[in-house]
Design a protein. Structure first.
Length: 91
């Protein structure tokens, strides 16, 4: 069974949206991050991640590379996890 076969419909939708952003850089980072962490997110984290995915790719990219900070405080933990994941995950 693949990971997407065991995910509930909401997580499947978020998984798809993470991998199909329109910008290859964010596809790769968000998709791989999602593969690693999505299954373990609770409902509150899923709500925040869903809102996070509504943001523009360019803005998300700026948050990840620390060129800007997210205005929403609840996005900060996601951005920090993405930075750590990006820096320490195997390429």
């Amino acid at each position: 069974m693949t990971m997407t076969e065991i995910l509930d419909p909401r997580r499947k939708r978020l998984h798809y949206r993470s991998w199909h952003r329109g910008c290859r850089e964010t596809d790769l980072i968000l998709g791989a991050f999602c593969d690693e962490y999505l299954a373990d997110m609770d409902d509150a984290q899923l709500d925040t991640f869903e809102d996070f995915l509504e943001e523009d790719d360019k803005l998300i990219w700026y948050w990840i590379i620390e060129q800007e900070a997210p205005e929403r405080a609840d996005f900060t933990p996601i951005v920090e996890r993405l930075r750590h994941f990006r820096d320490y995950s195997p390429a």
